[in-house]
Design a protein around this ligand. Sequence first.
Ligand code: SF4
Length: 123
Amino acid sequence: MKCSRCGLCCHNTEMLLSSKDITRLEALGYDIEDFMVTTPEGFHQLRNTDGKCFFFKDDKCIVYPSRPEGCVFYPVILNLEGKSCITDKECPNYHTVTKREIKGKCKKLKKLYREIVKEIKDY
Ligand code: SF4
Protein backbone atom coordinates (compact mmCIF):
# COMPACT_ATOMS: atom_id res chain seq x y z
CA MET A 1 0.00 0.00 0.00
CA LYS A 2 1.01 3.60 -0.33
CA CYS A 3 0.98 5.01 3.21
CA SER A 4 1.17 8.80 3.14
CA ARG A 5 1.94 8.92 6.88
CA CYS A 6 -1.04 11.19 7.46
CA GLY A 7 -1.38 9.78 10.98
CA LEU A 8 -5.17 9.44 10.83
CA CYS A 9 -4.95 5.85 12.06
CA CYS A 10 -3.23 7.14 15.20
CA HIS A 11 -6.27 9.28 16.14
CA ASN A 12 -8.71 7.76 18.63
CA THR A 13 -7.03 4.40 18.25
CA GLU A 14 -8.62 1.20 19.50
CA MET A 15 -5.65 -0.93 18.48
CA LEU A 16 -5.46 -4.16 20.46
CA LEU A 17 -2.19 -5.22 22.05
CA SER A 18 -0.85 -8.73 22.37
CA SER A 19 1.41 -9.70 25.27
CA LYS A 20 4.33 -9.63 22.79
CA ASP A 21 3.47 -6.04 21.83
CA ILE A 22 3.31 -5.04 25.50
CA THR A 23 6.62 -6.70 26.33
CA ARG A 24 8.32 -5.06 23.32
CA LEU A 25 7.03 -1.60 24.24
CA GLU A 26 7.94 -2.01 27.91
CA ALA A 27 11.47 -3.04 26.85
CA LEU A 28 11.81 0.41 25.28
CA GLY A 29 11.34 1.88 28.75
CA TYR A 30 7.67 2.86 28.57
CA ASP A 31 5.38 2.29 31.52
CA ILE A 32 2.44 0.01 30.80
CA GLU A 33 0.15 2.33 32.82
CA ASP A 34 0.98 5.16 30.42
CA PHE A 35 0.46 3.45 27.07
CA MET A 36 -2.20 0.82 27.74
CA VAL A 37 -5.83 0.64 28.80
CA THR A 38 -7.94 -2.46 29.43
CA THR A 39 -11.46 -2.63 28.05
CA PRO A 40 -14.36 -3.94 30.17
CA GLU A 41 -14.11 -7.17 28.12
CA GLY A 42 -10.48 -7.57 29.20
CA PHE A 43 -8.76 -6.60 25.94
CA HIS A 44 -5.60 -4.53 26.19
CA GLN A 45 -5.39 -1.62 23.80
CA LEU A 46 -3.35 1.49 23.14
CA ARG A 47 -4.19 4.49 25.31
CA ASN A 48 -5.19 7.76 23.68
CA THR A 49 -3.90 11.07 24.99
CA ASP A 50 -5.79 14.14 23.76
CA GLY A 51 -7.49 12.00 21.12
CA LYS A 52 -4.30 10.49 19.75
CA CYS A 53 -2.30 7.36 20.42
CA PHE A 54 0.05 7.77 23.40
CA PHE A 55 2.98 7.10 21.05
CA PHE A 56 1.95 9.66 18.42
CA LYS A 57 4.04 12.76 19.14
CA ASP A 58 4.90 15.68 16.86
CA ASP A 59 2.86 14.09 14.08
CA LYS A 60 4.75 10.84 14.08
CA CYS A 61 4.85 7.44 15.73
CA ILE A 62 7.78 7.46 18.15
CA VAL A 63 7.92 3.65 18.37
CA TYR A 64 7.44 2.95 14.66
CA PRO A 65 9.98 0.09 14.34
CA SER A 66 8.47 -1.51 17.46
CA ARG A 67 4.83 -0.58 16.88
CA PRO A 68 2.07 -3.09 17.71
CA GLU A 69 1.62 -5.86 15.19
CA GLY A 70 -1.93 -4.70 14.43
CA CYS A 71 -0.52 -1.31 13.33
CA VAL A 72 1.81 -3.12 10.91
CA PHE A 73 -1.19 -4.81 9.24
CA TYR A 74 -3.34 -1.66 9.11
CA PRO A 75 -5.41 -0.65 7.11
CA VAL A 76 -6.21 -4.34 6.82
CA ILE A 77 -8.44 -5.07 9.80
CA LEU A 78 -10.76 -7.84 10.94
CA ASN A 79 -14.51 -7.44 10.78
CA LEU A 80 -16.42 -7.32 14.06
CA GLU A 81 -16.79 -11.09 14.31
CA GLY A 82 -13.05 -11.52 13.71
CA LYS A 83 -13.78 -13.88 10.83
CA SER A 84 -12.87 -11.98 7.68
CA CYS A 85 -10.66 -9.08 6.70
CA ILE A 86 -11.60 -5.71 5.28
CA THR A 87 -9.68 -2.53 4.57
CA ASP A 88 -10.52 0.34 6.89
CA LYS A 89 -12.05 3.11 4.78
CA GLU A 90 -10.97 5.67 7.35
CA CYS A 91 -7.49 5.34 5.84
CA PRO A 92 -7.37 7.71 2.84
CA ASN A 93 -5.16 5.23 0.98
CA TYR A 94 -7.15 2.08 1.72
CA HIS A 95 -7.75 1.61 -2.02
CA THR A 96 -4.00 1.15 -2.65
CA VAL A 97 -3.94 -2.12 -0.69
CA THR A 98 -3.72 -4.98 -3.16
CA LYS A 99 -5.77 -8.18 -2.92
CA ARG A 100 -2.53 -10.10 -2.47
CA GLU A 101 -1.54 -7.85 0.43
CA ILE A 102 -4.96 -8.29 2.06
CA LYS A 103 -4.67 -12.07 1.73
CA GLY A 104 -1.17 -12.16 3.22
CA LYS A 105 -1.96 -9.82 6.09
CA CYS A 106 -5.34 -11.42 6.80
CA LYS A 107 -3.82 -14.77 7.65
CA LYS A 108 -1.41 -13.16 10.13
CA LEU A 109 -4.12 -10.89 11.51
CA LYS A 110 -6.42 -13.83 12.25
CA LYS A 111 -3.57 -15.62 14.02
CA LEU A 112 -2.82 -12.50 16.05
CA TYR A 113 -6.47 -12.11 17.02
CA ARG A 114 -6.69 -15.77 18.11
CA GLU A 115 -3.59 -15.26 20.28
CA ILE A 116 -5.03 -12.10 21.86
CA VAL A 117 -8.37 -13.80 22.62
CA LYS A 118 -6.54 -16.78 24.15
CA GLU A 119 -4.41 -14.44 26.26
CA ILE A 120 -7.43 -12.70 27.79
CA LYS A 121 -9.10 -16.06 28.50
CA ASP A 122 -5.94 -17.35 30.21
CA TYR A 123 -5.42 -14.14 32.16
S1 SF4 B 1 -4.37 6.40 7.93
FE1 SF4 B 1 -3.52 5.16 6.22
S2 SF4 B 1 -2.28 6.60 5.02
FE2 SF4 B 1 -2.64 7.56 7.02
S3 SF4 B 1 -0.84 6.94 8.29
FE3 SF4 B 1 -2.46 5.44 8.68
S4 SF4 B 1 -2.03 3.77 7.20
FE4 SF4 B 1 -0.90 5.58 6.48
